[in-house]
Design a protein around this ligand. Structure first.
Ligand code: ZN
Ligand code: ZN
Length: 164
């Protein structure tokens, strides 16, 4: 299995920045320089990341942004539907949820890599279950945990904290 699926982008009417600006305005907040830096870093590429990893990326790009600001902005980006949060053990991992198709994940408990996949059968099951409970489904979380092919082949890899 490939490390990551090249999922096709979904057409969206607003750019992430426009959407975030609308969200901030509706709450009487402003697009500050720090918020913009964080947004641009997040949307520079599609990757799974956590708050500390994002903070490091922002620092490495030469910007001065405090950790609390990164945490606060991540909450805002999640709240306005730009990011989706996943809980992996005691870690919170984020990824794009805007302009990116629905997909699910396999999580390797040894190397801590996340693999993406799409499965129409799962979508059908979700809709069928929701119908049965007269529930309007907006989303779901489905994470298969286990050991990836590389790790189960016994190839020893250094334990990595960052996600790919
Ligand atoms: Zn693995
Ligand atoms: Zn993903």
């Amino acid at each position: 299995m490939e490390n990551s699926f090249a999922l096709r982008k979904v057409e969206v009417s607003l750019s992430p920045q426009e959407r975030f600006e609308e969200y901030l305005q509706s709450r009487g907040k402003r697009m500050t320089h720090q918020r913009r830096v964080i947004l641009e870093t997040v949307f520079a590429q599609h990757e799974h990341f956590d708050a500390d990893g994002l903070w490091e990326m922002v620092q490495q790009a030469g910007h001065q942004v405090s950790r609390p600001t990164v945490y606060r902005t991540l909450n805002e980006l999640e709240d306005c539907g730009l990011l989706r949060r996943m809980q992996l053990g005691n870690r919170r991992v984020y990824e794009h949820d805007y302009g990116y198709p629905d997909h699910d994940h396999l999580y390797c408990e040894r190397c801590h890599k996340l693999f993406e996949f799409q499965c129409e059968e799962l979508e059908r099951i979700r809709e069928a279950v929701a119908r049965e409970y007269q529930f309007r489904a907006n989303g779901h979380r489905f994470i298969i945990t286990g050991v990836c092919a590389q790790c189960s082949q016994g190839r020893r890899r250094p334990r990595r904290l960052e996600l790919v």
